[in-house]
Design a protein around this ligand. Structure first.
Ligand code: NAP
Length: 302
């Protein structure tokens, strides 16, 4: 597994970590992923997966880079501290390597939140601080509020068909040494990616390289400077397949072919706002409805 430096921390993390949103396969598949070198797990207090992650890392804790998230409704100092204590308990550990603010919350001053985060760092309960779904402006404000400690990562949606962050956020993160943790690197399922690949470029490269389609698209992600990826698999087969997306590189020609033939979009601001404000359950319903439509129509909404 190729490792990459987290921001400018001197700490190296695997370029492929294990996502755990809607994970329900028990500790074993995660453990197999850890054994395969993906010694980096991403969870969140809202995922309901912290306990299973705790079981998966038992006996290996000192080798695993453990990342969790605090939910935006818990950004007031007392709530945040209670929240993190509860996460630590579920994870069966004394500290997390990375605590991420799950989403911005404009109703709570970021200075207050970061004040509480600093106390957790000082107490040794949090090693590094990251954010998730933060825009450039929000990231800048968060860093200002955190003061002398760096924000080491921003976890955002990034994959071969959704390249929204390339316009502004990714360049900003690169210049400011903030690692981008790409979530949904498989676009939540390969079928969505295939919808955007009408000429079959991914399958073509899969045959040429002997790598699976999932490995091709995850490798595309980690080929982008400053980016690590956290695919989620619910089986040993999927998790090991995803781990095999590291230790090799698509060539420049192969990357160019994917960039040319796989259709991608960069969401405009309106689109991003809808995603930010439409409640999660409704988003799922919208996605399911979209998935039931013919590929030609689906592509237009991606
Ligand atoms: N910060 C945030 O707001 C945020 C938001 C979304 C996600 N995340 C994080 O990012 C992680 C990944 O995102 P995600 O779970 O939404 O989507 P994803 O990793 O892009 O895709 C997961 C889907 O791909 C399938 N899959 C996995 N490996 C595969 C393989 N090798 N071949 C074919 N299909 C495969 C999975 O099926 P099975 O489940 O059947 O294996 C699942 O349906 C999450 O688990 C979470 O940790 C963070």
């Amino acid at each position: 597994m190729i490792v990459t430096e987290l921001a400018k921390t001197g700490v190296f993390i695997p370029e492929i970590g294990l996502g755990t949103w809607e994970y329900h396969a028990g500790p074993l598949p995660l453990r197999k992923g850890l054994d395969a070198g993906a010694l980096f797990i991403d969870t969140a207090e809202s995922y309901g997966s912290e306990s299973v992650v705790g079981k998966a890392v038992r006996g290996l804790r000192d080798r695993v880079f453990l990342a969790t998230k605090v939910s935006p409704q818990n950004f007031r100092p007392a709530d945040l501290s209670r929240s993190v204590e509860a996460s630590l308990k579920r994870l069966g550990t004394d500290f997390v390597d990375l605590l991420q603010l799950h989403e911005p919350n404009s109703a709570i001053p970021i200075d207050e939140t970061m004040g509480a985060v600093v106390k957790l760092i000082t107490a040794g309960k949090v090693k590094f601080v990251g954010v998730s779904n933060f825009s450039v402006t929000q990231l800048y404000a968060a860093q200002k509020a955190l003061g002398r400690f760096p924000i080491v990562s921003n976890q955002v949606r990034y994959n071969i068909i959704d390249r929204t962050i390339e316009t502004e956020l990714l360049p900003y993160c690169r210049v400011n040494h903030v690692t981008v943790i790409a979530y949904c690197p498989l676009a939540r399922g390969l079928s969505r990616i295939r919808d955007c690949d009408p000429t079959g470029a991914i399958d073509e490269l899969s045959r040429e390289t002997g790598k699976s389609p999932a490995q091709i698209v995850i490798n595309w992600c980690v080929c982008q400077a400053g980016v690590v990826a956290i695919p989620k698999g619910n089986s040993v087969e999927h998790i090991l397949d995803n781990c095999g997306a590291s230790d090799w590189r698509l060539s420049q020609e192969q990357l160019a072919l994917l960039n040319e033939r796989v259709q991608h979009r960069r969401r405009n601001r309106f689109d991003q706002l809808v995603r930010q404000w439409v409640p999660g359950p409704l988003q799922s319903l919208a996605i399911q409805t979209l998935n039931a439509m013919p590929p030609g129509i689906r592509r237009r909404f991606r």
